[in-house]
Design a binder for this molecule. Structure first.
Ligand SMILES: [Zn+2]
Ligand SMILES: [Zn+2]
Length: 314
């Protein structure tokens, strides 16, 4: 099983999960296809509950974090057991269907499932964060083609999320205003980084995009927690996610990509100063020595130009 090791220089936790080496490079039969349910561990959730499912959730056979966890013994270094959950959300029964081509109702079911899993893990007091993400394409880290996303529930607040919360909270204290609401107001004012919007959401290329065609999707209404959004909002969310992904497929010719959902952690009262948001990052570059050594990203493209191309691809 896995464990976590803390790097004392930068206070960063690393998950050591050696079992993941055994992930098969090639599988004979797709374990996510209907009829092959026996090839996955027993399911956690199936929607609808009868035979012809639309969405299925199963534990990951090669989890990043799992049931037991071990630690290492050192008087100096810190470690902790890699306890948590790692699940796969099979988004469709159709083997070759791109997520951008799912029926809207089907994608809404996927979002319902995200919410269901967040709520379930929120009930566990020792879980500090639940990250939902998707890898599409081998270069984005996906080992299976059949459309799926992943859920990792963990005993720590991830550094990235903690940084966002800290600066959003500081901004709120200083200005008595939500930083995310301010970003949305700013983007609506200038308009040149907006890709598309609907009744509930705004999709744009962020001002300081790290990579070409990075996309942020944010709720226009002030809301920190994704597990509290309504059905109407989830429909609108499904619509805008699909619209953004279709544009990416068109502009970058079906690129590999990652997306992840950041939501307010349930144990922190972030309601005043945070918005849940989805970040989509197409894999267009690899990180070089400068990025690795400095922590800076070098973006070869201009956010405003990327946004324009994505806007016009709709
Ligand atoms: Zn399949
Ligand atoms: Zn806000």
């Amino acid at each position: 099983m896995s464990h976590l090791r803390k790097d004392p220089l930068v206070k960063r936790w690393v998950v050591v999960a050696t079992k993941r080496r055994h992930r098969p490079r090639k599988v004979e039969e797709c374990p996510f296809c209907p009829g092959n349910e026996g090839l996955t561990p027993p399911e956690v959730l199936r929607i609808p509950e009868k035979k012809d499912w639309q969405v299925r959730v199963v534990p990951n056979l090669f989890p990043i974090l799992g049931d037991h966890g071990e630690t290492t013994r050192s008087p100096f270094y810190r470690s902790r057991p890699g306890k948590g959950f790692h699940e796969i959300i099979i988004e469709t029964p159709l083997h070759n269907r791109h997520i951008a081509e799912l029926e809207l109702n089907n994608l809404k079911l996927v979002l319902d499932t995200y919410q269901h899993r967040l709520r379930e893990f929120n009930d566990l007091s020792w879980i500090r964060y639940t990250l939902i993400f998707k890898n599409y394409g081998r270069r984005a880290g996906a080992s299976l083609k059949h459309s799926h996303s992943q859920v990792v529930a963990m005993p720590l607040l991830p550094k990235r999320v903690a940084e966002e919360l800290t600066s959003a909270k500081a901004y709120y204290r200083r200005h008595r205003r939500c930083l995310f609401c301010q970003i949305i107001a700013e983007e609506k004012e200038t308009e040149d980084r907006i890709i598309v919007s609907n009744r509930h959401y705004l999709a744009f290329v962020p001002y300081a995009a790290r990579i070409p065609y990075e996309i942020w999707i944010m709720p226009i209404r002030h809301q920190a927690y994704f597990d509290r959004v309504s059905d109407d909002e989830k429909f609108a969310f499904a619509e805008i996610i699909q619209s953004c992904l279709k544009r990416l497929v068109k502009v970058l010719d079906d690129p590999p990509f990652n997306f992840f959902l950041h939501t307010g952690p349930n144990h922190l009262d972030a309601g005043d100063y945070y918005h849940y948001h989805l970040v989509i990052m197409p894999v267009t570059t690899i990180l070089g020595g400068f990025e690795l050594g400095s922590g800076f990203y070098v973006n070869q493209s201009l956010a405003e130009e990327d946004a324009q191309r994505l806007r016009e691809a709709g």
